[in-house]
Design a protein around this ligand. Structure first.
Ligand code: C2E
Ligand code: MG
Ligand code: MG
Ligand code: MG
Length: 285
């Protein structure tokens, strides 16, 4: 009887995994169609120096403008394609779109540095350098120095010396790197030591609770201290209130990004937002 039961269970498991496989195939197909139909869009979230009041850049964040489900966040679709070649296709689209957008803004008299999120598989793909060089050549009016590539410290950066070589090749072209979600990875200090990243981006989970949780505050202070010692810049993400900003200022971290300044917005809203912020910088909370 136990054997029967085992068999029974096995059958259920089989059906489930067949369903899971089908659902994954459906999702992949939907994303492939969405790429063809140009349903992906980039939103931009400002980065501000709250000591000087200057807008220092914007981060491009992908969304899927789904025909029936509305605006979908990356957590809904990026994990599906993480190990798939489609993440390369989409990553290339992001870089090309950012450069196109920067030239549109430049024509509107807004020259602003833009940060682009780069997945580990994208950076390690063998076409990455050639593609970004091509893309930059297509937009000769955009200085490569205006591009900052945020790499996820948490992502599986398999071969650290290869990653570091790839980063150096990009730096030769004028690009810069940030270590995104810094502090959440399992080998932050090794990455810090070995990767030529100009900026550390303090993960929002530490920033969000630093006013109420002393160990989060300790981590925020430690990352700011590491940035100083290693001569890197530092930026805080997930800054939701002025109280967060004041605390960060007191800790000597001046560059912040978060809902307290502005939520990610459609590209065509950014120029007016920048003008407005420079006239009258006001926290939303
Ligand atoms: P990330 O790069 O760490 O981006 C920060 C995320 O925090 C964004 O979520 C942003 O909308 C959100 N955020 C910003 N300020 C606040 C705040 O004050 N409070 C809170 N609670 N959240 C805030 P989003 O847009 O959903 O993106 C999630 C992640 O998806 C990004 O994390 C990044 O890792 C990835 N991602 C986004 N766009 C791209 C892309 O074009 N390519 C790749 N490879 N990954 C992307
Ligand atoms: Mg990022
Ligand atoms: Mg981050
Ligand atoms: Mg993140």
């Amino acid at each position: 009887q136990a054997k029967d039961k085992g068999k029974h269970c096995y059958q259920f498991f089989d059906i489930d995994s067949a369903e899971a496989a089908k659902s994954r195939r459906d999702s992949l197909e939907a994303i492939a169609n969405a790429i063809d139909n140009k349903e992906f869009v980039l939103y931009y979230q400002p980065k501000v120096n709250i000591k000087t009041g200057v807008v220092v850049g914007a981060e491009a964040l992908i969304r899927w403008q789904h025909p029936t489900r509305g605006l979908l966040l990356p957590s809904v679709f990026l994990p599906t394609i993480e190990e798939h070649e489609m993440s390369i296709t989409l990553g290339e689209w992001v870089i090309e779109s950012v450069l196109e957008q920067m030239s549109i803004w430049q024509a509107q008299e807004l020259t602003i540095p833009v940060s682009v999120n780069i997945g580990a598989s994208q950076l390690q793909g063998n076409k990455f350098i050639a593609h970004i060089a091509d893309a930059l050549a297509t937009y000769p009016a955009i200085a490569p120095e205006l591009l900052d590539l945020e790499i996820l410290e948490t992502s599986a950066l398999e071969d650290i010396s290869r990653i570091s070589d790839l980063m150096n090749a990009c730096i030769q072209m004028g690009l810069k790197f940030s270590l995104d979600d810094f502090g959440t990875g399992y080998s932050s200090l090794t990455y810090l030591k070995r990767l030529p990243a100009a900026l550390l981006k303090i993960d929002q989970t530490f920033v969000r609770d630093m006013l109420v949780d002393s160990s989060d505050l300790a981590i925020v202070k430690a990352v700011i201290g590491l940035a100083e010692i290693f001569d890197r810049g530092v930026i805080a993400e997930g800054v939701e209130t002025k109280a967060h900003g004041d605390k960060l200022l007191s800790l000597n971290c001046h560059i912040v990004q978060g809902y307290g300044i502005a939520r990610p917005m459609p590209a065509d809203e950014l120029p007016a937002w920048v003008v407005q912020w420079h006239l009258n910088p006001t926290w939303t909370a």
